[in-house]
Structure formats: C-alpha cells, structure tokens
Design a protein around this ligand. Structure first.
Ligand SMILES: N[C@@H](CCC(=O)N[C@@H](CS)C(=O)NCC(=O)O)C(=O)O
Length: 198
C-alpha cells in the first residue's frame, strides 16, 4: 500500500492521477502546507524534509521530489506501461524528461515569473521560451513526449500546462492545447480530480 501525503490543489494532485493510471493500491494522507498567500502551516505528520508535497511512503521507504516519486512508482508498477523499463529504448528519453522537468522546466518558468535573468553558461537551465520551443518541436512529432507512449512525464508536463497555458509564462498554441486535452481527458485524470477536490 502506497501512502501519498497530499495537499489539495498542489503538486501532489498529479500523483493521485499517476496512482490511478498505475492501478496501484494507495491511500491519501491529507497534510497542510504553507501556501504562497501566507495561509497554511507546516504539518508535523508530513515526512518531507521541507514540509512540502508530494511525498510517498511505501513500507519503510520514503520518496520525495516529483520526478523521483514518478520514477519510483512507474518502476514499482511496470504493468501499466507508462514508465519505460530499464532495457526499453525509450528509458533514456523518459529519464531525461523527468530530470528536465525538475531541473530545467520548473526553474525556467519560475525565472520568468520572478523576472530573474537566466545567465547562459552558469544558471544550469535555459530561458522559458527555449523550453517552450523544444517542447513544441517534440510534441509536433507527438502525440506525447515519448512519441506514441503516454508516460508519467506527460503527467508532470501536461498537468502543468493544464494549469498555466495561456498565461504569461506559457503562450497558448493549438498544438499545446490539443496535448493538454489528450492528457486531461484520460479517465485516471478525471478520477484523480474528483478525489483531489473531494
Ligand atoms: N521540487 C518539489 C516542489 C514541491 C513543492 O514546492 N510543493 C508545494 C506545493 S505545490 C509545497 O509543498 N509548498 C509548501 C512549502 O513550500 O512549504 C517537487 O517537485 O516535488
């Protein structure tokens, strides 16, 4: 049984989506988090080192950081086929997208949001428009980041677009809109949304 530490309307909602896709046995443990608007509080029941979500527990194992949680779960429940296994030719692309999401995409969007200059050669990530150009080129070959295979990388990227596409950080295009639609029309997303809101 996987325990997902979850706060409504946060990054942990994506893991309800993933767990539903995987058909994994799971329970949700609601925790409070400190919100950007100053509401909320640290929760002593949350095992995350900084009081954030998502975190999962699997027996004695604790995993935090979205990309790590995604990889752990898709490796643990391979039968769903949404995380290429170690010898799959798409494994490298899968790992790259998970790391790229955490290490390049999120910092790029946050830099734009905070109006931080991204110095080429030292920042470790690139400007948001370069990220969007790259994602666009990959999805033009689509329909998913790994081509024909929907993966947990689409859960991270697709749900982020679902939330922010059309805003100042992510200009809307027909191609990206169609991608978001493909991701959020999945029955597992609809079930997860109902659990997140309920
Ligand atoms: N890099 C982390 C970010 C997690 C994160 O910042 N989660 C937010 C909710 S969307 C949070 O828990 N914020 C509470 C806080 O910063 O104390 C991941 O991807 O898992």
């Amino acid at each position: 049984m996987i325990t997902l530490y979850h706060a409504p309307r946060s990054r942990s909602g994506r893991f309800i989506f993933l767990l539903e896709e995987l058909g994994a046995p799971y329970e949700i443990k609601p925790v409070s988090i400190r919100r950007g608007d100053g509401s909320g509080a640290l929760d002593a029941a949350n095992p995350h080192p900084h009081g954030k979500v998502p975190v999962i527990r699997d027996g004695e194992t604790t995993v935090f950081e979205s990309a790590a949680v995604a990889l752990y779960l898709t490796d643990k429940f391979p039968q769903a086929g949404i995380g290429p296994a170690i010898n799959d030719p798409k494994r490298g692309a899968y790992l790259s997208w998970l790391a790229y999401y955490a290490g390049v995409m999120e910092p790029a969007w946050m830099s734009l949001f905070m109006k931080w200059e991204v110095p080429r050669g030292t920042a470790g990530w690139v400007k948001a428009d370069e990220v969007m150009e790259f994602v666009h080129a990959i999805l033009a070959k689509g329909p998913y980041l790994l081509g024909d295979n929907f993966s947990a990388a689409d859960i991270l990227v697709g749900t982020t677009f679902a939330m922010f596409l059309g805003g100042p950080m992510m200009p809307k295009t027909d191609l990206l809109e169609a991608y978001v639609k493909r991701v959020i029309e999945r029955p597992a997303y609809v079930r997860a949304k109902a659990r997140d809101n309920g």
